[in-house]
Design a protein around this ligand. Structure first.
Ligand code: NAD
Ligand code: UD9
Length: 420
């Protein structure tokens, strides 16, 4: 059975590229979002988020009549839910958006439909979603009651694309398919195979949920290892970048890179879902989160020490000192400031410092509102010329291209090893 209409619920960084990928294969896709601005922008053939190559695919899909957006759910043969799953309170997963999305599609569900949850979710979330749907539609049968014979098929299929490379990874990556029954997995594989060049790897929904959390926790733990090494090396007077380069010459060692901390809305969030469900067992995963979350504060103390040195040596007053922060984004060569440790550092530093704080971010054109009145947006050249203390926070390509001779300052805090 094919899918006459595919409906993607949530048209953000994951939902919109996914909707566009189906539409690019001449599938009729209706994207649903509660954000009227996003819906209007997409219906004009434009995009409201930044992701390389997405604009052209969306434009072609909308102009070709294969993709349209709406604020109202419509009947479809397949629903993919890609709404936010942030944490709340003491780092517990907040499933309120998933629940709202399930409630919104329940009235339009028809016998034979496939419902896929793509949002990163705690273990058991798919069964929970199936429970919500079953309560709202007692006239239909669901996998938890009817197994293979269910009228509605449900699966958990996590997304693992790397922001900045979404349009390539969406198609090329292997995809984990966690059906609530083997029939659900088969239907979900059939759906993704419309555009997937990677392989569909089939499992159950709970393993698929844990798989997504595991991937990001693995990376978080490994970054925490590098960040912890950077603290030890600073204390021991060892260049951590050289150390990691040397250690990585071992055939079975592959250490990641330290930095100002871990940002973005995935790696800094998802490991907490494991900790929330298994607080006793998840000791290493929790500690990694704590190590990475504490790194910005360590960096700020390094900057304070550099400023103190600068004051002592120059005899200037603190109000006469200029600090320049290089980079605000959560990782190199993007404009995304969400959960960025560089932003946190710039914000806290500019609140503490009585002199001028410059922010250099080549990927944005105006200061984010948290920094307005505290920082000035400067070009690389202005910052190199005016600042007493340089703080390297994001290894954007233009910063890496700065020749050593251009960096005259003696007080440098380099969290990315760019000016080593
Ligand atoms: N961005 C990534 O790199 C990435 C990668 C893998 C997994 N994920 C996961 O995918 C999910 C979505 O992430 P994202 O980055 O696309 O988020 P996003 O914030 O960019 O997009 C989510 C969209 O859902 C919409 N929305 C919220 N509630 C809705 C509802 N009830 N009905 C319809 N639309 C609704 C929002 O308006 C928004 O446009 C999250 O669980 C996230 O953890 C994200
Ligand atoms: C397992 C994995 O790969 N998951 C990816 C990840 O995407 P991401 O863009 O969030 O991931 P990163 O590029 O790792 O960046 C995260 C932060 O870590 C910092 N960092 C990184 C490497 C390093 O050596 N040292 C560091 O300090 C970096 O600066 C930034 O702040 O989650 C997405 C959503 O679930 C996944 O879909 C996507 O596959």
């Amino acid at each position: 059975m094919s899918f006459a209409t595919i409906s993607v619920i949530g048209l953000g960084y994951i939902g919109l590229p996914t909707a566009a990928a189906f539409a690019s294969k001449q599938q009729h896709v209706v994207g649903v979002d509660i954000n009227q601005h996003a819906v209007d922008t997409i219906n004009r053939g434009a995009i409201h988020i930044v992701e390389p190559d997405l604009d052209q695919v969306v434009k072609t899909a909308v102009e070709g009549g294969f993709l349209r957006a709406s604020t109202q759910p419509v009947a479809a043969e397949a629903f993919l839910i890609a709404v936010p799953t942030p944490f709340k309170g003491d780092h517990e997963p907040d499933m309120v958006y998933v629940k709202a999305a399930a409630e919104s599609i329940a009235p339009v569900l028809k016998k034979g439909a496939l419902v896929i949850l793509e949002s990163t979710s705690p273990v058991g979330a798919t069964e929970q979603m199936a429970g919500w749907l079953a309560e709202l539609r007692p006239d239909l049968t669901f996998p938890q009651q009817a197994g293979e014979a269910a009228e509605i098929n449900i699966a958990y299929c996590p997304e693992r694309v790397l922001p900045g490379q979404v349009m390539v990874e969406l198609i090329k990556n292997d995809r984990v398919i966690g059906g609530m029954t083997p029939v659900c997995s088969a239907r979900a594989s059939e759906l993704y195979n419309i555009f997937l060049e990677g392989e569909c790897v089939v499992t159950n929904s709970r393993t698929a949920e844990m798989c997504k959390l595991t991937e990001n926790s693995f990376r978080d733990v490994n970054i925490a290892f590098a960040n912890e090494l950077s603290l030890i090396c600073a204390d021991q007077g060892i260049n951590v970048w050289e150390l990691i380069r040397l250690a990585n010459r071992h055939p079975r060692v592959n250490i990641l890179q330290p930095g100002p901390g871990v940002g973005g809305h995935c790696i800094a969030v998802d490991p907490w879902f494991i900790v929330a469900q298994n607080p006793q067992q998840a000791q290493l995963i929790r500690t990694a989160r704590e190590v990475n979350d504490s790194k910005p504060h360590w960096v700020i103390n390094q900057v304070k020490a550099a400023v103190a040195d600068c004051l002592a040596e120059t005899g200037k007053r603190a109000s006469e000192i200029t600090i320049a922060c290089f980079g605000l984004a959560f990782k190199p060569n993007i404009d995304d400031l969400r959960e960025s440790p560089a932003m946190e550092i710039a914000e806290l530093l500019s609140g503490w410092h009585s002199g001028t704080t410059l922010a250099v971010e080549p990927n944005i054109h105006q200061l984010p509102k948290q920094l307005i009145g505290h920082c000035e947006l400067a070009t690389t050249a202005e910052a190199l010329e005016q600042a007493d203390v340089l703080v390297m926070l994001v290894d954007h390509q233009p910063f890496k291209a700065i020749a050593g001779a251009q960096v005259q300052q003696r007080w440098i805090v380099d969290t990315k090893g760019v000016w080593r």
